[in-house]
Design a protein around this ligand. Structure first.
Ligand SMILES: [Zn+2]
Ligand SMILES: [Zn+2]
Length: 151
């Protein structure tokens, strides 16, 4: 879970990353950042756009796409590809993995330190320098299971 109110330090940090990346931290970018930091449900660009609509009625969807792509490049958020669906975004940069429901496409965070610390298979280790590892578990979430049982 994330606190929806960004503190000074988080904003300063974001400003610094933007400076180093050569982009301006505009009001729109800050609001998009605020929105994704407040979300714990891995929202898509479309959903972020929808959620910002009351607050920022003139915000264009293209701006959201571009901003999120930039944030992804700068390492501010992580772009996830969930089963060929449109990209989802994750502001949780701590090491974690995902459980994806194949029915409702809900993405839940999983913390798995044993996996993070396990040995990389020798073959993979020889393919190059590993920079990160991410595991995606797929299945049917409890909510969907309950619904299926009712039918
Ligand atoms: Zn589900
Ligand atoms: Zn996540």
């Amino acid at each position: 879970m994330f606190n929806s109110n960004l503190n000074e330090q988080q904003i300063e940090h974001l400003k610094q990353i933007c400076d180093e990346g050569g982009i301006k931290l505009t009001h729109q970018r800050l609001e998009i950042f605020r929105e994704i930091m407040a979300a714990s449900d891995h929202p898509s660009a479309e959903l972020i756009h929808k959620r910002l609509q009351t607050k920022m009625p003139t915000l264009a969807i293209d701006t959201v796409y571009r901003t999120l792509a930039t944030f992804d490049e700068l390492g501010i958020v992580k772009k996830l590809h969930v089963m060929g669906e449109r990209a989802l975004f994750d502001a949780n940069l701590t090491k974690h993995h995902h459980f994806v429901c194949t029915r409702c496409k809900q993405v839940e965070d999983i913390y798995w330190p044993e996996f993070d610390e396990s040995m990389i298979p020798e073959k993979a280790a020889h393919m190059g320098r590993i920079q990160s590892r991410h595991l995606e578990l797929r299945g049917i979430c409890n909510t969907c299971l309950k619904k299926m049982n009712k039918d």
